[in-house]
Write a protein that binds this ligand. Structure first.
Ligand SMILES: Nc1ncnc2c1ncn2[C@@H]1O[C@H](COP(=O)(O)OP(=O)(O)OP(=O)(O)O)[C@@H](O)[C@H]1O
Length: 243
């Protein structure tokens, strides 16, 4: 089995003349938590899109997951193979309870009996430390942090090997970001490889074993997070104006 769970080689996504992702190559080791940062519009979400096939694959380049080429696979095949993502927007069903939101994910996931689905739901709730009494609440009444927990729990329902999170800390307070930090570390330690797009640099520096910075669709720097943030090009392109 491949040491690298994900291998991206020369990935490009062009929208007409706009090179949103332009020749990106990197690998993700099994078990690692890899951070992705970069200025607005640098291609981070587009990179997630082309890896997961939601809503599109790459214009060119190769994506391998667990050694298999997936860049022409439909999105549902990619997620069922164990590569799952979240989106920047909350994805809960407002009128459904937190529990039933997870039941929808479990049902989408295929041939689970009701008992198997309930076991997965319970595991997913435990993985994100979701309060027992909140599980029957309509999702619209959950706090911002609880909606993030639910989003991550939804992604965990399929027991993915690789979880890709797109800005999970947006809208959270400092104490909530610390809780998210603990949650992500726990999920990663349970054996899930994590790819994390984030603008909250303190979170990225705390949880990532490696950091990639994108700029204008290309990799500007990659390596140890504390070294990457000292890179003069990264400071100029991304961090210059940030405190
Ligand atoms: N479906 C699309 N059609 C046309 N252009 C797009 C599309 N999706 C993204 N883009 C463009 O591609 C570029 C990269 O966008 P992307 O959303 O990947 O950046 P990002 O780094 O995730 O930004 P942010 O940090 O603001 O989320 C931007 O110029 C964006 O306008």
């Amino acid at each position: 089995m491949s040491e690298n769970i994900l291998e991206i080689a020369g990935a490009c996504k062009f929208f007409g003349g706009l090179k949103a992702v332009n020749g990106v190559s990197f690998t993700v080791a099994r078990g690692e938590m890899l951070g992705i940062a970069g200025p607005n519009g640098s291609g981070k979400s587009t990179l997630f899109n082309l890896i997961t096939g939601v809503p599109f694959g790459p214009t060119s380049g190769e994506v391998r997951f667990m050694g298999e080429r997936i860049d022409r696979w439909p999105a549902h095949r990619i997620s069922r193979a164990g590569l799952v993502r979240t989106f920047q927007k909350d994805a809960e069903f407002p009128a459904l309870s937190a529990h039933d939101t997870l039941l929808v994910s479990a049902t989408y996931n295929g041939q689970l009996s009701r008992a198997q689905a309930e076991a997965r739901i319970d595991n997913a709730f435990r993985s994100v430390d979701f309060g027992q009494t909140r599980r029957s609440m309509p999702s619209r009444e959950l706090s911002v942090y609880e909606k993030k927990q639910l989003m991550i729990a939804s992604a965990l329902i399929s027991e993915p090997a690789l979880l890709m999170l797109d800005e999970p800390a947006s809208g959270l307070t400092k104490p909530e970001i610390q809780r998210l930090d603990d949650l992500l570390v726990a999920v990663n330690r349970s054996g899930v490889t994590v790819l994390l797009i984030e603008h909250v640099l303190s979170l990225l520096l705390s949880v990532s074993q490696r950091l990639i910075v994108l700029n204008q669709g290309s990799v500007l720097a990659a390596g140890d997070p504390h070294d990457v943030v000292k890179n003069p090009q990264v400071i100029e392109a991304y961090l210059g104006g940030r405190s």
